[in-house]
Design a binder for this molecule. Structure first.
Ligand SMILES: [Mn+2]
Length: 312
């Protein structure tokens, strides 16, 4: 039987990679249990975020293979996304077999019915951890550490408004399995992220950024950098503006919105280039002519930033 890849979105974050590794592990265990071949392979579409690399190193987890397009003949499971724009190149939706996700549905159509497991919760990792429980498959410590890390980064240590009781339950149970305090574990993970003062500017701007399509068909790019050192990020505002201005020009985006999220102060600083009036109108702030804006309480790109932009 040909392989089935389990793949997160382009420009992967900790959740995209951890969910892929965790879900591929579960599917292989279920296949073995059924006397079938373990054909599920986790793959990734970009470099490992520093926190993912750290957890994988600590726990001796093999890094998923980097791919650029769907391997010949492979079937595909999407995790942590379901939009073609964010997905692996060369994806034919006839080869899709499953989706495990926590994002809005973004226009996917298939020829055959497929298994879709989408929940409005804080992370894909939490959905995957719950599947281990439902299927009665023991969660190994290494995978538990990986999934817990992703549950904590995606929910910004449960501070994000995307955090639900489902997330809090899964985080508490997984942390108990590992014998760690979830908040301390989360802080350790955020601290091991790269120092924003030293990161190359393109890494800072593109660390966690996604393309979206507006109702008018224009593409936009929204990037977030979560940090415990907001000052260091804002000290580089001029460089950030140059970089996102270049993206607007090169890629023809209607606008690029970059926001730095201070996970301690629980808010975000918005920096925008391109059609700044559009974004200013959506949020009722002034981002024109080099103005930036502090947005208290804004922690979630999905719920508090992308959603109002896409609804406009
Ligand atoms: Mn996610």
């Amino acid at each position: 039987m040909s392989s089935i890849i389990v793949v997160g979105h382009k420009n992967p974050d900790n959740d995209a990679i951890s969910a892929a590794v965790g879900y591929a592990y579960l599917k292989n265990e279920l296949a073995r249990r059924a006397g079938e071949e373990a054909v599920f392979e986790p793959v990734r579409l970009g470099p490992l975020p520093p926190e993912t690399e750290w957890i994988m190193g600590e726990r001796g987890i093999e890094q998923p293979r980097l791919i650029e397009s769907v391997p010949e003949g492979a079937k595909v499971i999407l995790v942590d996304h379901n939009e073609m724009l964010q997905s692996v190149d060369g994806l034919n939706t006839d080869d899709l077999v499953e989706v495990v996700d926590h994002h809005r549905l973004g226009g996917l159509t298939t020829a055959q019915p497929i298994r879709v497991n989408v929940k409005p919760v804080g992370s894909t990792a939490a959905i995957v951890a719950r599947e281990f429980e439902i299927e009665g498959v023991e969660l190994p410590e290494s995978i538990a550490a990986l999934l817990l890390g992703a549950m904590l980064t995606d929910t910004v240590i449960m501070k994000s408004p995307t955090t639900t009781d489902f997330d809090r339950d899964m985080i508490a149970r997984t942390a108990k399995t590992l014998g760690v305090d979830p908040v301390e574990y989360g802080m350790d993970i955020f601290k091991c992220r790269s120092n924003p003062a030293e990161l190359p500017i393109d890494k800072l701007v593109n660390a966690d950024a996604k393309e979206f399509e507006l109702k008018n068909g224009n593409k936009v790019y929204i990037g977030q950098f979560e940090t415990v050192d907001l000052k260091a990020v804002l000290g580089r505002e001029a460089e950030i503006r140059e970089a996102i201005k270049a993206l607007v020009a090169e890629k023809g985006y209607q606008f690029v919105l970059f926001f730095a999220t201070d996970i301690l102060a629980e808010g975000s600083q918005f920096i925008c280039e391109g059609d700044t009036q559009f974004v200013s109108d959506v949020f009722g702030v002034n981002l024109n002519d080099g103005e930036s804006a502090w947005m208290p309480g804004v922690l979630s790109r999905k719920k508090q930033v992308a959603a109002p932009i896409l609804a406009a």
